[in-house]
Ligand binder design. Structure first.
Ligand code: SF4
Length: 796
């Protein structure tokens, strides 16, 4: 049992070393409200973490109708009882006194409280008017990665079959879209090939743009325990910052931002040049090797060194480790996904595994990680810019099949173009073709790039904005209707983590005031709109989480993300279970692609792929010609320079990222005292040498300026590449006097004041890691500040 009092300072807790091929030992982490012991807990209620994508299973401690703590679930395959700082302390936000408890509507420019009928009537009457006047394309939805599967599925059905709009996407566009796209490009279909258990077997682990130590703290504990045990894996880290992962790595490559494709092409070049290619695997399971080999033929380590500003010998050393691995696990996250050529780079990691035949065996895993707790569910359920069940919008049979599941005509389901991505939804709202935007559980007024533009879009008179959330976020302050939502611990549902593990999270306590579960709100809307199927029956036939789950099981049956063998009962009591879970695989499936590539056949695949440079969709006939047998596609990409590079005006590369103590826009974590105290305000990071070259020193108040805007922050000098400045993106304005924007005419504190409206052509994920900035002195560090006060590291 680890009940360490201070898991802020001791983020990963004590070590439980283990050897390759043996199970990860359990360690049960607990945190209870001050003064309480386990004997004071009246009930423990099963749940899983909602503050990151790792899927840590936990029990909620309940006393006198309130949440009073959490305890890790030792039986669970994901965390074996461990919890990270956000898990241990984040639950306190639920009882925050500023929770929304009643709906709000805008009257004479002000948000005022009202009852649910008033709020829902406003929404339904606006919906009907827009449908009559402008059609379903005038309505858009921007959802979250923090709801439950049952809620996303209901949202997808009501949006796609009830209203018939194509404009439904999540804020998962910001963090997991490239993971999904990279998997679709290579394997024809989304679905994480690997398993967390691959850490137990790997002899080499490579982390590409993934500061696992801070973004998935419990997964990092597992890796630390391997590294402390006998026969530890070798570690390769690609990150421009000297993160905790970098500090443990055998090789740390710190490239210039925006150059990942050059680096990865050089690694592929070396592996091919040194004959470390698994020819038998390539012949049996892939197409496209000759083109890949031709494109990387000129990409020598020396060539990449000049572009990435990484020593040639380091690239060669990394290639030697990756080429020599017998059980290679790779993970990828925002350092790749939010950077220039995001999908092209993520796909090269897939290529690395394919040319080495490192898939489908213990230790040979590929984890294109997610950012949010239920990002996977947005992808499966079609709440993220795809059709439910990983169905292909270009395949008429898939659309017809979905229409049959919903008992609507295929024409009801908009499939004239790819489902609209979030950046385009906001563009349509800006242009006026979208007149109503319903935002559930997310905060684009802090999380999207170029915030002055986002605020002006949300504030437009013609746009009717609905926000469904726990708090009066920066976005909610701009809304026309605000609906108070329940959260984790106050409602029941399932969520699926980054390695396909499905967890059940049960209701432990009542939501505050009149707040309602998101599912109830969506079902209420559907009932008021009286959505019907093609025979005149109700379109949505479910009424609670378990019946919604059953409906989703019918939709997923036979598709790669098959949930048909699961049930709430099977998810109660023991461990989470990995999909696909069927009659044939009743205990779930640890790894995909154990017997070849299952989902890339043209009749089955979720996507025919895209051009990685232009983003244009590949036509079905082209895909049939390229890949008639449904093998994995080795998709090559040439390096292209970033769109916005440094200049004399903006001489530094700007990257944004995260800290271990906060999640997303701090809506919950800033309301947990320990987490907020650990990272209360924005800061900027530069290397000591770069700071000195710019005439700056640690602790100075500096201004970071880009062509979009400016932010003021205290400077920390840290081990980061020279020529670069880092800003954590979590900070907004709800806890400042200005409320939802920077103080008048002054620089703000939200990193996205400075970021550019630009996205990856294939995944449409915004690029937060390739801007250019200048950093100037505002004022010197106060002389009475004895020492740096931060305890934080920060994420990739
Ligand atoms: S912080 Fe970024 S990566 Fe994490 S969930 Fe939010 S958008 Fe995704």
């Amino acid at each position: 049992m680890d009940t360490s009092a201070d898991r802020i300072a001791d983020v990963w807790g004590s070590r439980t070393p283990y050897e390759p091929g043996t199970p990860w030992p359990s360690r049960t982490d607990t945190h209870l409200a001050a003064g309480l012991g386990e004997q004071d807990v009246e009930r423990w209620v099963q749940a899983a973490s909602l503050l990151h994508s790792n899927g840590d299973a936990m029990d909620i401690a309940v006393r006198e109708g309130r949440m009073v703590g959490v305890r890790g679930r030792a039986a669970d395959r994901v965390n074996r009882g461990r919890l990270g700082p956000k898990d241990l302390y984040g639950w306190q936000a639920n009882a925050s006194p500023d929770r929304l408890t009643r709906p709000l509507v805008r009257e004479d420019g002000r948000l005022v409280e009202c009852d649910w009928d008033t709020a829902m009537d406003r929404i339904t009457s606006r919906t009907r008017r827009l449908l009559d006047d402008k059609g379903p394309g005038s309505i858009g939805f921007h959802t979250s990665g923090q709801l439950f599967l049952e809620e996303y599925y209901t949202l997808a059905v009501l949006a796609r079959a009830g209203l018939g709009t194509n404009h439904l996407d999540g804020n998962t566009r910001l963090c997991t879209a490239t993971a999904a796209e990279a998997l679709k490009e290579t394997f024809g279909c989304d679905g994480q090939p690997g398993s967390y258990e691959d850490i137990d077997h790997a002899d080499t682990v490579a982390l590409f743009g993934h500061n696992m130590a801070e973004t998935q703290t419990v997964l990092w504990m597992r890796l630390l325990d391997r590294m402390e045990g006998a026969d530890p894996p070798r570690l390769v880290c690609v990150d421009p910052r000297h993160t905790p992962v970098a500090r443990r790595a055998d090789v740390h490559l710190a490239p210039r931002a925006g150059t990942n494709v050059a680096l990865l092409n050089a690694l592929l070049h070396e592996i091919i040049r040194t004959g470390r290619v698994d020819r038998a695997y390539l012949d049996a399971h892939t197409v496209g090797f000759d083109e890949l080999a031709a494109i990387v033929a000129e990409c020598t380590p020396g060539w990449a060194a000049g572009i990435c500003d990484v020593p040639t010998a380091q690239i060669e050393r990394a290639a030697e480790i990756l080429g020599g691995a017998e059980r290679l696990l790779s993970t990828v996250l925002q350092g790749v996904y939010q950077s220039h050529q995001a999908t092209a780079a993520a796909v090269q990691v897939n290529n690395l595994h394919l040319i080495r035949g490192m898939l489908g065996r213990p230790g040979c895993g590929l984890l294109q990680m997610n950012g949010q707790p239920s990002a996977e569910n947005t992808r499966e359920c079609g709440a993220d810019g795809d059709l439910p069940g990983f169905r292909n919008w270009q395949n008429e049979e898939h659309v017809a099949e979905l229409a049959a599941v919903w008992n609507v005509t295929p024409q009801t389901i908009a499939h004239y173009a790819p489902p609209t991505h979030a950046m385009q939804i906001f563009r349509y709202a800006e242009q006026g073709s979208i007149g109503m935007l319903w935002i559930t559980g997310t905060n684009p007024a802090v999380s999207l790039p170029e915030l002055s533009r986002v605020r002006s879009i949300l504030a437009q008179e013609h746009l009717f904005v609905i926000v469904q959330d726990l708090f009066l976020t920066e976005t909610a302050q701009l809304a026309d209707v605000v609906l108070p939502a329940a959260t984790w611990g106050e409602k029941t549902g399932t969520l699926t983590n980054a390695d396909r593990t499905v967890h059940l999270a049960e209701k432990a306590v009542d939501p505050p005031g009149e707040a309602r579960p998101d599912l109830d709100i969506l079902l209420d809307f559907a009932a008021r709109m009286d959505f019907r199927d093609k025979d005149g029956g109700p379109l949505i036939t479910w009424h609670d989480p378990e019946s919604a789950f059953a409906a989703w099981q019918r939709c997923s049956a036979g598709r790669p993300c098959d949930y048909s063998g699961l049930s709430y009962d099977r998810l109660r009591g023991g461990s989470g279970i990995q999909w696909p879970c069927t009659d044939e695989a009743p205990d779930g499936t640890a790894r995909l692609y154990t017997d070849g590539i299952d989902f890339a056949h043209p009749d089955v695949c979720e996507s025919y792929g895209r051009d990685l440079v232009t983003g244009a969709s590949v036509e079905p006939v082209e895909y049939w010609a390229l890949n008639p047998d449904g093998k994995a596609v080795l998709k090559a990409a040439e390096y292209l320079p970033p769109h916005e590079d440094t200049s004399s005006d903006h001489p530094l590369q700007l990257i944004t990222g995260r800290t271990v103590y906060h999640f997303h826009t701090r809506t919950k974590t800033a309301r947990a005292p320990e987490l907020n105290a650990a990272a209360p305000d924005v800061w900027a990071e530069m290397s000591p040498a770069e700071a000195s070259a710019q005439g700056l020193a640690d602790g100075d108040l500096v201004q970071i300026t880009t062509p979009r805007g400016a932010v003021r922050a205290r400077l920390r000098t840290t081990a980061i590449r020279d020529g670069m400045v880092f800003l954590p993106f979590h900070y907004g304005y709800w806890d400042t006097p200005a409320g939802h924007h920077p103080p008048d005419d002054r620089p703000g504190r939200a990193a996205n004041e400075t970021t550019v409206t630009d996205w990856d052509p294939a995944s449409k994920q915004p690029l937060f890691k390739t801007g250019a900035a200048r950093v100037t002195l505002v004022s010197r560090r106060p002389t009475d500040t004895a020492a740096r006060t931060d305890t934080t590291g920060s994420g990739s």
